[in-house]
Design a protein around this ligand. Structure first.
Ligand code: SAM
Length: 279
C-alpha cells in the first residue's frame, strides 16, 4: 500500500524507514532545533498540556513518541510540586509546625517521592531515547522514569495499564494513525485519558500566511544551518500540512472508541490538544 512522506508518495514500509532516519539524523540537535524553530514556544505548549492534564501523585503515564523526554520531565515536575504542596499542607495544619521544621521534615522523609507515579517514555527511535536518557541523568530525573523502544502502532504493553496516554508532536509521524489510536485505547485503564498535542490548522488568516512563509522559507534553512539537514526539516513542515484538521482528528479519536472527545486550540490553532476518555 502507498502513503505519503511529506508530499512524496512512498510505500508504507518506506515511510516508516524514512521517519526513522529523520529522527536518527536530528536526535542530537533535536532540543536545540525545537527551541530555535518555535522560538521557545514549544515549551509553553508542553507546559499547557501538563497543566491541563493536572495529574495527581500516583498517576501512571505512558508518553508515546516521547523522544527526548520533554513531556515526562514536566510530568515529574508537576507531580513533585503537587506532592510537596500536599505534604506542606498536611504538616502545617495537622501538627502546627514552623515552616523550617516542615521543610526539614519534608527533606528527610519525602523529598523526591512521586507518590507512586511513574512515566514510561516509549519511542520507536533508539537514538532519540538515548539522548533523552542521557538528559534525564544530567537533569536529575531518573526516579520514576523508564525508557522503552516501541512502535505506537503496536505498543509493547498489556491492556488497561495506564491512567494517562500522551503523544506530543508524534502522531503525525505514525503510518497508521487509526492503529495508534486503537493501541492508545487498549493500554489505558477504564477511566483513563488520551491526550494528544499536535500541529493543527491555523484559524487566523493573517497568522496563517505568516506561518506558511515561516514554515516553508525559514524552517528548512534553520535545519540546514543548525543540524546540517534541510530534508528532514522539510519533511517535518510537510507532514504538518498533511495532518488532519481539528474536527477530522476528533472524529478519528471517537472512532477508536474514546468518549467526551474535545480539543483546545493553542496559538490560534498552530497546535491543538485533543482529549478523550476510555470508559
Ligand atoms: N514528544 C517529543 C516532543 O514533544 O519533543 C518528541 C516529538 S518528535 C517530533 C516525534 C517522535 O516520534 C520522534 O522521537 C520519533 O522517533 C517518534 N516516532 C515516530 N514514529 C513513531 C512510531 N510509529 N512509534 C513511536 N514513536 C514514533
Amino acid at each position: 500500500k502507498e502513503t505519503h512522506f511529506g508530499f512524496q508518495t512512498v510505500s508504507e514500509e518506506e515511510k516508516g524507514e524514512r521517519v526513522y532516519q529523520v529522527f536518527e539524523n536530528v536526535a542530537r540537535k533535536y532540543d536545540l532545533m525545537n527551541d530555535s524553530m518555535s522560538l521557545g514556544v514549544h515549551r509553553l505548549w508542553k507546559d499547557w498540556l501538563i497543566q491541563y492534564m493536572n495529574p495527581t501523585p500516583g498517576t501512571k503515564l505512558l508518553d508515546v513518541a516521547g523522544g527526548t523526554g520533554d513531556i515526562a520531565f514536566r510530568f515529574v515536575n508537576y507531580i513533585r510540586a503537587q506532592k510537596e504542596k500536599m505534604i506542606r499542607h498536611k504538616l502545617k495544619y495537622q501538627q502546627n509546625l514552623s515552616w523550617s521544621e516542615i521543610s526539614r521534615a519534608y527533606q528527610q522523609e519525602e523529598q523526591g517521592s512521586l507518590g507512586g507515579s511513574r512515566a514510561v517514555i516509549c519511542d520507536i527511535n533508539k537514538e532519540m531515547l538515548k539522548v533523552g536518557k542521557q538528559k534525564s541523568l544530567t537533569l536529575g530525573y531518573s526516579e520514576g522514569l523508564s525508557w522503552v523502544a516501541g512502535n505506537a502502532e503496536e505498543l509493547p504493553f498489556d491492556d488497561d495499564k495506564f491512567d494517562v496516554y500522551t503523544i506530543a508532536f508524534g502522531i503525525r509521524n505514525v503510518t497508521h494513525i487509526d492503529q495508534a489510536l486503537q493501541e492508545a485505547y487498549r493500554v489505558l485503564k477504564p477511566g483513563g485519558r488520551f491526550l494528544c498535542l499536535e500541529f493543527s490548522q491555523v484559524n487566523n488568516p493573517l497568522l496563517a500566511r505568516a506561518y506558511d512563509l515561516y514554515s516553508f522559507q525559514v524552517i528548512p534553512v534553520l535545519g540546514e544551518i543548525i543540524a546540517g539537514d534541510w530534508k528532514s526539516y522539510q519533511y517535518l513542515v510537510e507532514s504538518i500540512r498533511r495532518f488532519p484538521p481539528q474536527e477530522e482528528f476528533k472524529a478519528m479519536i471517537e472512532d477508536a472508541g474514546f468518549f467526551k472527545v474535545k480539543y483546545h486550540n493553542l496559538t490560534s490553532g498552530i497546535v491543538a490538544v485533543h482529549s478523550g476518555f476510555k470508559l
